[in-house]
Write a protein that binds this ligand. Structure first.
Ligand code: GYE
Length: 333
C-alpha cells in the first residue's frame, strides 16, 4: 500500500489540530461571527397578525426578548389566516428549527400539522392562545392568560356596579366578541355569561363579532345602536380596540360612553387607560401581551433538556377608571 507523502500527512495533522483548537476556543466562547452563530437556538414563531394594540405589543415583546436571549427568531405574520399559519409551520419543519412557537388564530384544525412537527421531533410551544385537540402530546406547554377568568372578572365588575339600579328593571347588554372560533373569544364569552348569572336583571340582548379590531368594533356598535336605539345599558367588548371603536360610534350617536352606556373591555392597553382618563371607558380587565421573556426562557429550558410545566398562566389584574390616571404612566404596553 502506498503511504501518504509527508507533506500530505502534515496537512492532515494540521487540519485536525486546527479543528480541535477551534472547537476549544468555541467552548470558551472565543469564536466570533459565523462559527458561534451556528450554535444559536433557532425558534420559529407563527404570529396571528397585527389586529390590535395587544398584538403589536406581543410581537415587540417576543422580538426584543429573542434578541436579548441570543435566540435566532424566524417570525412569520399570518395576517389573521389559519392557512398562512399552517404554511409557516411547515416551512419551520422543513428548515429544521429547534423549537416552534404558535399563537393559533382559532382553536380547531391543528391536528395534522402538529403531528408533522411531532414526527420531525420539533417541540411546539403554544403561546397566548390554545388549541382544541384531544392528543395533548402535540405541544409541550401552553403559556398565556386564563380567558374564562377574564370574562368572569368583567362580569364581577358589572354586578358590583349596578347594585344601586332599580330592582326588577332589565339591564341590557350588547357584546362585541373577538375573532370567531378564537380561544379568547369563546372563553371571555363563557366566563362573562357565567358571571352575570349572579344578577337576574343582566341580559345580553345582542352579541356579534368585531374581530378584535377598532374598525369592526365601531361598525358593529353602529348596527347595535341602530337596532336598539337608546335601549342599551352596557357594552361588553372582548378587547380594548373594539371598545375604543365602539366608543366613537356611541359618541356619534349623541350618547355619552361610560355614562349613558357603561363600557367594559379587556387587555389593559395604553389606549384603554387614556379612554378611562378621558371618562369614556369604565373598566379594563388586564391581559398581558408581554410573553417574550417567558417564551425565551422556556425555549432555553427545552433545549437544555429540562421539563417545563404543561401550563404557564399569566398573572393580571382589573383596572377601573378611578385608578387610570395613577396607573397610566406605569403601563408598559
Ligand atoms: O385580547 C386581543 C388580541 O389573544 C389575548 O388577541 C389575545 C387577544 C387580545 O387581538 O386584543
Amino acid at each position: 500500500m502506498r503511504q501518504a507523502r509527508p507533506a500530505a500527512r502534515r496537512r492532515l495533522v494540521l487540519g485536525a489540530l486546527s479543528t480541535a483548537s477551534i472547537a476549544a476556543l468555541g467552548g470558551l466562547g472565543l469564536v466570533p461571527g459565523a462559527m458561534a452563530a451556528d450554535k444559536k437556538i433557532v425558534l420559529g414563531f407563527s404570529q396571528i397578525g397585527a389586529e390590535s394594540e395587544w398584538r403589536t405589543a406581543n410581537s415587540a415583546s417576543i422580538k426584543s426578548a429573542a434578541k436579548e436571549a441570543g435566540i435566532e427568531l424566524k417570525f412569520a405574520d399570518a395576517q389573521q389566516k389559519q392557512e398562512n399559519q399552517i404554511k409557516a409551520l411547515r416551512a419551520f419543519i422543513a428548515q429544521k428549527v429547534d423549537v416552534i412557537a404558535l399563537s393559533p388564530v382559532v382553536e380547531t384544525g391543528w391536528g395534522t400539522v402538529l403531528r408533522e412537527a411531532k414526527a420531525a421531533g420539533i417541540p411546539v410551544i403554544l403561546t397566548d392562545r390554545t388549541v382544541q385537540e384531544t392528543d395533548q402530546s402535540l405541544w409541550v406547554t401552553f403559556m398565556g392568560s386564563d380567558f374564562v377568568e377574564e370574562g368572569r372578572r368583567a362580569a364581577r365588575w358589572l354586578v358590583d356596579n349596578v347594585k344601586s339600579r332599580p330592582a326588577g328593571k332589565e339591564i341590557r347588554i350588547v357584546e362585541l366578541q373577538g375573532t370567531v372560533g378564537a380561544a379568547p373569544a369563546l372563553d371571555r364569552k363563557k366566563g362573562f355569561e357565567e358571571g352575570i348569572k349572579a344578577d337576574a336583571r343582566l341580559k345580553i340582548v345582542r352579541s356579534q363579532t368585531g374581530d378584535f379590531n377598532r374598525a369592526k368594533g365601531k361598525e358593529v356598535m353602529e348596527a347595535f345602536l341602530k337596532a336598539e336605539g337608546r335601549h342599551i345599558d352596557v357594552l361588553y367588548a372582548h378587547n380594548d380596540d373594539m371598545a375604543i371603536g365602539a366608543i366613537q360610534a356611541i359618541e356619534e350617536a349623541g350618547l355619552k360612553p361610560a355614562k349613558d352606556i357603561l363600557v367594559i373591555s379587556i387587555d389593559g392597553v395604553k389606549g384603554a387607560f387614556q379612554a378611562m382618563v378621558a371618562g369614556k371607558l369604565n373598566v379594563t380587565v388586564e391581559c398581558s401581551p408581554l410573553l417574550g421573556p417567558q417564551l425565551m426562557q422556556t425555549v432555553k429550558d427545552l433545549k437544555a433538556g429540562k421539563t417545563v410545566p404543561r401550563r404557564i398562566v399569566t398573572e393580571e389584574g382589573v383596572f377601573p377608571a378611578e385608578v387610570a390616571a395613577r396607573e397610566l404612566p406605569k403601563r408598559k404596553y
